[in-house]
Design a protein. Structure first.
Length: 273
């Protein structure tokens, strides 16, 4: 199925980059593999439904994911790829009633999830006033990714997400540098670090490991957190209002409180005190 005839300069609807489980066939509960760890209580091979996936394609234990040992599921974000693949790429056919669609659907989901994530990051970069010199290039990159999301199943599985991640990653890195006005980078491995009250403004924390770090009261304004591992990071009182590229799943995996200041458009996780 070829791309539709929509204008290449039409921005994708940001609402479609948010997961809508009611329109998805539980793809995140089937397609990926789980390994028993602090994030998942069980092993699950790729392509096998989680035992907690209900007939309705909804998680039967969703309100109790964390206490039952599934914080990785609670923090997972498909960026809307699930409903896109379910309702558009496969036209509403589900893998249970049409078993022949199962493997192609799961493969397509793996690709689409990466494309939607890139769309989200590119949209964030386009909102950065400091990155204005790159807005045209960012818009072109976003349009190219958007066209890929309209491909049919057979064409979609031929897409190389890694190549697009490299291209977009370079652009996002340059946008980050412009927004942070040439800040000096901070070391990338801060696992378990005690950075209470630290001034991390304009720090480059791309792909940093901040797992379990104590960032209580830290100033993270304009810090680049793209891809940073915030699982278990303590963010009580931290200021992330203008942090760059903070996705909801990072916040969902962290530990904050009512005094944690969030970027616009992010939601305070229900498990924060």
């Amino acid at each position: 199925m070829p791309p539709d005839a929509a204008s290449p300069r039409t921005a994708p609807d940001r609402r479609e980059l948010r997961a809508d489980c009611a329109r998805c066939f539980g793809l995140c509960c089937v397609a990926p593999a789980f390994a028993t760890s602090s994030d998942f209580a069980i092993d699950k091979p790729a392509g096998q439904p989680c035992p907690h996936l209900a007939a309705s394609f909804r998680c039967a234990i969703h309100p109790r994911l964390r206490p039952l040992g599934f914080p990785g599921c609670a923090a997972y974000d498909c960026f809307g790829a699930g409903q896109r693949v379910s309702q558009i790429t496969f036209g509403g056919r589900d893998w249970r009633s049409a078993p022949d669609t199962a493997r192609p659907m799961f493969d397509a989901f793996a690709i689409m999830r990466q494309l939607h994530e890139l769309l989200w990051y590119l949209g964030e970069a386009l909102a950065l006033a400091g990155a204005r010199p790159l807005h045209a290039a960012l818009g072109d990159a976003r349009d190219a990714i958007e066209r890929l999301t309209r491909l049919g199943p057979d064409e979609l599985v031929g897409v190389d997400p890694a190549a697009h991640r490299r291209t977009c990653g370079d652009l996002l890195g340059r946008a980050s540098e412009l927004a942070r006005a040439g800040a000096e980078p901070v070391g990338i491995d801060l696992r378990g670090a005690d950075r209470i009250g630290a001034d991390l403004r304009r720090a480059d924390l791309r792909a940093a490991s901040l797992r379990g770090a104590r960032l209580i009261g830290a100033d993270l304004r304009l810090a680049d957190l793209i891809g940073a591992d915030l699982r278990g990071a303590r963010l009580a009182g931290a200021d992330l209002r203008d942090s760059l590229f903070v996705v909801q799943s990072q916040l969902d995996a962290a530990i904050g409180d009512r005094t944690t200041r969030l970027p616009r458009g992010r939601v305070r996780p229900v498990h924060w005190t």
